[in-house]
Design a protein around this ligand. Structure first.
Ligand SMILES: Nc1ncnc2c1ncn2[C@@H]1O[C@H](COP(=O)(O)OP(=O)(O)OP(=O)(O)O)[C@@H](O)[C@H]1O
Length: 247
């Protein structure tokens, strides 16, 4: 059986009258691509925020490789091996793609050891390798602002990989990308994750993406997990079809 990488137990959080997590229990298994689906406001992003230390739950615990990360700072959690990619890529738009990568690599080292030109950092070859892995090496010396949307998403993934994660959490990895490009981006992304041995959890509204790229699916509904199963099991479930997918 696969190892449990991240384990959430009885997570609860409410914002005023809104219950965003109401006893969430979920294990993320090493090597899987787990999709999180559910209606707007169900609490999907809240779960990612709690798992990365951006929100502290009012009850429950999250453990990652045996460490209790419930009350840890985001940067501590990143160093333990959880990275995050966002719906809107978090890039320094006026820096080049390579500079963005090197800034991410420098953040992993902790305290900077005095001034050092980014271009002289020992991580340059590794950052080139990661840009090549996601097919954007030719953009290395262009500013992030110049990148088309799809390439920005890929650079955001390379940035997350620069943090050497064991687990990557993603909020709608292909949102805002033309539908003709979605499959290409997801193919590149899942191939890169498999090659780097990175487990992933991704929030997704597009059921085609879920069917193609998830090994397992967790269905969120009003702060609770309604069902966990394979894409085929989940997408065939009448309640899920009616309440989540809307058919
Ligand atoms: N920091 C916050 N302060 C107040 N309310 C919040 C906060 N974060 C989330 N909420 C509320 O909690 C509920 C769950 O939000 P969340 O963003 O987790 O849902 P979601 O399932 O990711 O939705 P979507 O698919 O629309 O992104 C929503 O009603 C949201 O407005």
């Amino acid at each position: 059986m696969a190892n449990v990488l991240l384990s959430a137990k009885n997570i609860k959080i409410r914002f005023g009258g809104v219950i965003a997590a109401d006893g969430i229990d979920l294990d993320v298994l090493e090597g899987e691509n787990l999709a999180i689906i559910g209606p707007n406001g169900a609490g999907k992003t809240t779960f990612l925020n709690i798992s990365t230390g951006y929100l502290r739950p009012q009850a429950g615990t999250v453990t990652f490789l045996g460490h209790d990360i419930t009350a840890q700072l985001p940067r501590t959690i990143t160093r333990l091996g959880i990275a995050r990619a966002f719906q809107i890529p978090q890039l320094f738009l006026d820096q080049t793609v390579m500079e963005n990568m090197l800034i991410a690599a420098a953040s992993l080292r902790g305290r900077p050891s005095g001034f050092q030109a980014l271009s002289l950092m020992p991580e340059v070859p590794e950052m080139k390798r990661l840009l090549d892995l996601v097919g954007v090496k030719s953009y290395a010396e262009r500013t992030a602002r110049e990148l088309p949307e799809g390439q920005r998403k890929l650079v955001d993934i390379a940035l997350a990989l620069a943090l050497k994660p064991k687990l990557l959490l993603m909020d709608e990895p292909t949102s805002g990308v033309a539908s003709s490009e979605k499959l290409t981006i997801m193919d590149i992304l899942t191939t890169a994750l498999a090659k780097e041995k990175v487990t992933s959890v991704f929030v997704e509204h597009d059921m085609d993406m879920v069917e193609r790229y998830a090994n397992r699916v967790a269905v969120w509904n009003v702060g609770k997990i309604q069902m966990v199963g394979t894409p085929a099991e989940v997408l065939a479930d009448p309640k899920v079809r009616e309440q989540v997918i809307g058919i």
